[in-house]
Design a protein around this ligand. Structure first.
Ligand code: AMP
Length: 146
């Protein structure tokens, strides 16, 4: 019988771990001592941001309370900035647990997508223009600062 509590082990070489280690570039929106927010490189709508904890958590099952709280507070900052920058109220918050749910990067992360759930683009398929992502990251970072 399948053990439904079984999950993928944390891989120190996953792409988000590499970002946290400063090994690969990304478009930063916000950072504090417990979280990092950056532009999704294959957005499901314009302005798609990911928020990650600075904890080695594969999914929600691993997430410590203090990081859960910190992620949520960062999500709130990012969501408010998205509302301002993209001049829309509707921001979809999404988070996938396990490959069976469609999770593709096994470091816990929350998606914040300026889109209706009914209009989301395909998941992790089309790479966005890097200059546009850089520009959006800058606008969102400025909105968070002010
Ligand atoms: P999930 O399938 O929920 O694990 O989501 C992983 C997300 O990470 C997808 O939306 C991808 O587009 C995104 N992603 C993958 N590689 C990168 C990267 N190098 N920089 C930013 N986002 C990425």
């Amino acid at each position: 019988m399948t053990d439904i509590t079984q999950q993928t082990a944390y891989d120190d070489n996953n792409i988000f771990a590499k970002m946290l280690n400063g090994d690969i570039p990304y478009h930063k929106v916000y950072e504090d001592d417990k979280t990092l927010a950056f532009m999704d490189i294959m957005p499901q709508a314009e302005g798609h941001v990911l928020v990650i904890p600075k904890q080695k958590a594969v999914d929600l099952a691993d997430l410590e309370a203090k990081y859960a709280a910190a992620v949520l507070m960062t999500c709130k900052k990012v969501m408010q900035a998205q509302r301002q920058v993209f001049e829309r109220e509707g921001i979809t918050q999404m988070q996938l647990n396990g490959a069976q749910a469609g999770q593709t990067v096994f470091h816990y992360h929350v998606h914040l997508i300026p889109s209706s759930i009914h209009e989301l683009g395909r998941h992790a398929v089309t790479q966005a223009d890097s200059d546009k992502l850089a520009d959006m990251a800058k606008q969102l970072a400025t909105a968070i600062e002010n």
